[in-house]
Design a protein. Sequence first.
Length: 461
Amino acid sequence: MSHDVSSRVMSGAEGSMATPIWKGRLTFIMAASGSAVGLGNIWKFPYVTGENGGGAFFLVYLFCVVGFGIPLLMAEIGIGRATRKNALDAYGDLSQRAGRHSAWRWTGGVAILTSFLVLSFYTVVAGWCLYYFWLTVTGEFSAADRITQSFTSQTFDHLLSAPTLLIIFGSLFLLATYMIVRAGIQGGIEKAINWLMPMLLVVLLILVGYSISHGSFSEAAKFLFFPDFSKLSLNAILVAIGHAFFTLSLASGSMVTYGAYMPSHASIPKTAIMVAVIDTLVALAAGLAIFPLVMEYGLAPNAGPGLIFMSLPLVFGHIPFGQIFGAAFFFMLFIAALTTSISLMEPSVAWLEQKSRLSRTQAATVIVALLWLLSTAAALSFNLWNAPVFADRTLFDALDGLTANIMMPLGGLATALFCGFCLKGTQLRDMFGDSPIIKPFRISVRCIVPCFIVIMIIASL
Ligand code: PHE
């Protein structure tokens, strides 16, 4: 271990276990933004915005990010840093210090399970991105006369119905995630993030420039920014609340675990705001990279989840330099998914490493083996095992629904109540310093977050 690295290892409370620390605030911001910026921003945000009325949906979503996203992000990073432990022990430790019931630690335990389950189906979609990268690079979408709407939908259907393709590309993606996480915080995640995040932003900016110069920018901007409130249904509001959780990687142990490695001198409120701003700007940029092209070619902006896998390849098949920009687009999706999947694997690996006698490599190997089994089963739910496993849903849909509609909202609620009513004022001041933000933070975790989540639960019943 080099001097630089060893000087960034803090002695932890778990025996001789030592907690590594990110190199600086910027590295933390990149890692946390890498977690937040993922398929949620580039694949999901454009199509949910498209389906739910464009600008009006975006305003509600912004309100959610400010009203509860940033406060919960602060809470989770703070809980991690105050204890420098895995998510289960972080909640356990703080509740003990506050003289409260040790059952609070299950908030962290469930969060770790959430990250594990999310990663199992995230891997499947990330595998699609990798496959589409392969297809664009090999010129599958470049012969313009062949590329019709039915060709692109057949290509997508073919992928979903082919177990081997789904398993091969999902496994490759999981392997990439494993190689990075296995190498540890400083030797693996930090190094990877330092390369991947700048690369992601550069490719995104190039794609936005290309899309604006070759597509209908004004139509796309009107669609994204003009708030037509007549299209805003109750369901759209629920989708906005759920998406705010998902896109900021909340209630999944990721931010608590990354927070445990955050340098002590960095300000949590400022950092949380920064991460939320980067995440939102990237989602908007993704919208601007996609909608101008989709609209220029007269395709529907509200094509749902297939927007990226069926409509965009059609555009890339007909536009100048479509092969290069198509490949760049799917490469960018792959990087975004990878920086997120690292943060989804880290909570379980950190927990297993700290709670057992396993080394980092052994812990990562056990977790990736279990993940591979579950994600393979989820992939098969598109073909060989296309049968309901729970409440009329296939395994893939059940995992998505269980985490997004139940585990994340309840986990967010528990974290809010934990910070609002269980922790002492002195503990909050230790976390955030004497910041004026503590007051609005308390209002949010005591009232706004619980109200939002209770509304969400009642409405979805
Ligand atoms: N924020 C990620 C995205 O937008 C998804 C995610 C959810 C990551 C939960 C970590 C935890 O794609």
